[in-house]
Structures are given as structure tokens and as C-alpha cells.
Design a protein around this ligand. Sequence first.
Ligand code: GEK
Length: 237
Amino acid sequence: MSDGRDRLYAEPLSDVEAFVFDEKVAAVFPDMIRRSVPGYGSVIALTGIIAARYYQPGSRIYDLGCSQGASTLSIARQLKQPATIRAVDNSQAMLDLCSSHDYPSSVDVAFTCADMRDVIVEKASVVVLNYTLQFIPLVERDAMIGRIADGMLPGGVLLLSEKLAMPDDLLTGLHHAFKQANGYSELEVSQKRTALENILVPETAQTHSDRLHKAGFGRVEQWFQCLNFGSFLAIRT
Ligand code: GEK
């Protein structure tokens, strides 16, 4: 039985297959994301705090690419009023583990297994995209953000966190060091990089900011960066 420790790339693989969010990944996901994404804990905690500030009573909250519900749980715990959160992921293996959390009874959480590109966002005051847009093909990202903007209420907030493309290898090199300090070997880092090639495609902070402005978010603020991972809040105007 798995002890929850991510060892998926610890042994040499003759053929490194493209990364998928299957049962094997789901079983180690909390350990994987904590040891791989610098600042993850802070982003999740602040997601709840920011969402609670922008939530409008009677509106909808969406957590797109919710994985095992970390952002949803953070929001649910910060909301001081009844609300419904639609948490969406296209990996059933990931969603199956969402139910292990103890959600406050005042918040109704609807977990849905679906591709977030097919989700119709409506009457939303809070939309969360924590580390998920990076998995959507580049050519589809403008349309995805546009659809979200169209379904949001004025004054609503979109919370976007992403791995960022960097102009040189200063911060990406430090990210490598961060992973090694967290117990990943050279082999693990390199095999994981191969698995994610063309699957996780980062863009610059400027590209994200420009796209959000163009979609109708009048105020865009990068509120966090830890090495080559950044978080934005965008206010629908
Ligand atoms: C967290 N937000 O803990 N539709 C729906 N889900 C998708 C799609 C898609 N097209 N593509 C990928 N996913 C979470 C972390 S993880 C980040 C998000 C990471 C899902 C995928 O199944 C996975 O659960 C999630 O997006 C990305 O804050 O693993 O780096």
C-alpha cells in the first residue's frame, strides 16, 4: 500500500510516458505538490482569504482543476456564509480523494468530473484556477479565460496560479534546488521533466496579465511569487 510518498520517477524508466493524473499520481498528489510547488501552502491559504473577501451572496464559486479539493476546502473554511462551490476536475482518481476532507456544513460542495473547457461558468463571483491553466493547450487559453470572464459578475475575482516561464535559468535553477532539498533525486527531476514536456506549458507573467486584461478584468495584480511560480488576482469589471 502507498505511504503517500511520491516515488513515481525514482527508478530509471526505459520509456518515460506523458504525464497523466491517474490513480498512481492521485495516491501521492499531496506529497508531490508540496515538494514540487514552492509557496503552495501559502497560495492555498490565501485563496480562501481572498475568495471570502470577493464572494457575493447568491453567486457561484468555481474551483477549476480542483484536484483533491485543497483550494475548495480553504474557501469553504473562510466563508462566513452559506455558499455553493462547484469543484471540477477531469480526473476521477483525483476527485475520489476529495471526500476525505471535512467541509463546513454551511457550504455545499458539488464535485464534478468534467473537462473544465466544457464547464459553463455563470453568475460567478469567485473562480479559482490554481495551477491548471498551464495544462490547457496554448491555443485554447484565450478562449478559456474569455468564457470565464463572460460568466463572471462585476466585482468578482479570478484567482490564477501558474508555473511561470522565465527569461533565464536563475529562478528555474533555484526551483531545481528546491526539489532536491525536498528529497527528489536528479533522476526524478529529469524523468518528471520529460513526462511533463508539452503537457505543462508555462507562460510569462506578462502574457497572463495581458490575457486577463484583454478578457475584461480591469484590475490585475500579481499578489504572490515564489521562485518561478506566481499567483494573480483579476477583478472583473
Ligand atoms: C490545488 N488546483 O490543489 N479539465 C479539468 N481538470 C483538469 C484539466 C482539464 N482540462 N486538465 C488538468 N486538470 C489544485 C492543483 S493540479 C496542479 C491542480 C499540478 C486537472 C488535473 O486532473 C489535476 O488534478 C489539476 O488539473 C492540476 O490547488 O498537478 O501541478
